[in-house]
Design a protein around this ligand. Structure first.
Ligand code: M6R
Length: 369
């Protein structure tokens, strides 16, 4: 049932092109118009929401953070992302005009379930993004957008993460379509770009040897830092979480712009730092800023490991190791840049002899508070 792979995690990493394809399947017409029949919430309500609150924990919360960038850009609806357990124990502002998006692979995470109950009590509508048919969170929500990643067995979430991001894009595009913020063509263009993602993910999987070799060479690392900006920031945090969970190595993800506000003090000779570089074709000057971050940390002795877009040779002067991912629009890049980080953590943990499917102290679904 591991499909010939040594672990469920490796199988699930390799299932990702299919997980994304299945999540897209049947959710748009030939013109790229979104059809989300399962979103059974009155359209007038969806048109009038004035705030979106995404609630989730762990990896699912990082999917939520990626969703925030996309939804705010496409829909112009203020979007917050909050950890479910933090949300519940303050006095959050949610009402009939709030759309809550609860993201949970298992659909059984107690913290997220309690947050959903609370939000509904306040009159908010709740859409669940969930991978498990008939689980509790979808049952207690107003609507559900299933991720069709297939069962995820390994404790560390991989294919569910990419499927959650995909589903969140679909939700954002649907709301944009419904509210008339974007016209047909633009939405259809993003849908066409999304349709290309499974093949692009596959090409990263087909070229995984280099990242695997680096992971094995680094199995004695004591700490690894991850930097990213814009949608690369949640990707950096996800890369760090994978490494903590699987390899029991101290790892932290930072927003690259935050470096000089503190974290750069951590850089000393030999400190490995993974940097997720935005596309040089993206907006503003983010690419140049992140490249100069790489230069700064390299000058202080960091071993720089860079994830960049194919053709972006500007990173090579400052990178010890570069891993290229196919060109893609900035907002969709997490579907690609996450993959080498998953492979890195999985391979490094395996090299240390750890059980990547069942890391110590962790459960697949956290059904207690
Ligand atoms: O089932 P859920 O998506 O609600 O689970 C949320 C987190 O517990 C989960 O993502 C956890 O962080 C994973 N171990 C990450 O790999």
């Amino acid at each position: 049932e591991k499909g010939g792979y040594p672990s469920f995690m490796e199988k699930e990493i390799n299932d990702q092109p299919d997980a994304v394809a299945q999540t897209l399947l049947g959710r748009s017409d030939a013109q790229g118009k979104l059809i989300l029949d399962e979103l059974r919430i009155d359209e007038t309500i969806l048109r009038s929401v004035d705030k979106i609150v995404v609630l989730a924990c762990g990896t699912s919360a990082y999917a939520g953070q990626v969703a925030k960038y996309a939804i705010e850009h496409w829909c112009r609806i203020p979007t917050e992302v909050e950890l479910s357990h933090e949300f519940r124990y303050r006095d959050p502002i949610v009402n009939e005009k709030t759309l809550v998006v609860a993201i949970s692979q298992s659909g059984e995470t107690m913290d997220t379930l309690m947050a959903v109950r609370y939000a509904r009590e306040q009159g908010a509508k709740v859409v669940a993004i969930c991978n498990t048919n008939g689980s509790t969170i979808p049952r207690e929500s107003d609507a559900v957008l299933y991720t069709h990643a297939g069962p995820e067995i390994a404790v560390a979430s991989t294919k569910a993460f990419l499927a959650q991001i995909t589903a969140a894009y679909l939700l954002g595009l649907y709301l944009a379509q419904l509210r008339g913020n974007k016209f047909g063509d633009e939405i259809a263009d993003v849908m066409a770009d999304l349709a290309d993602m499974p093949a692009k993910i596959q090409s990263i999987l087909d070229n995984a040897d280099k990242v695997k070799k680096l992971a094995r060479d680094m199995s004695n690392a004591k700490s690894v830092l991850f930097l990213g900006r814009h949608v690369g920031f949640p990707v950096a945090m996800e890369g760090a979480l994978k490494l903590k969970e699987l390899a029991y190595i101290h790892a932290e993800g930072f927003a690259a712009g935050e470096l000089k506000h503190g974290p750069i003090a951590l850089i000393e000779d030999g400190q490995p730092v993974v940097v997720v570089v935005p596309s040089p074709n993206g907006r503003d000057s983010l690419h140049a800023k992140v490249v100069s971050n790489i230069q700064e940390i390299r000058a202080r002795g960091a071993v720089t490991i860079v994830i960049a877009e194919e053709g972006d040779t500007s990173v090579e002067a400052y990178a010890e190791h570069v891993f290229y991912v196919p060109k893609t629009p900035t907002l969709l890049a997490p579907l690609l840049t996450t993959v080498p980080l998953q492979i890195f953590a999985c391979e490094l943990a395996s090299a240390k002899g750890y059980d990547v499917d069942q890391p110590r102290n962790l459960a697949k679904s956290v059904t207690v508070e």
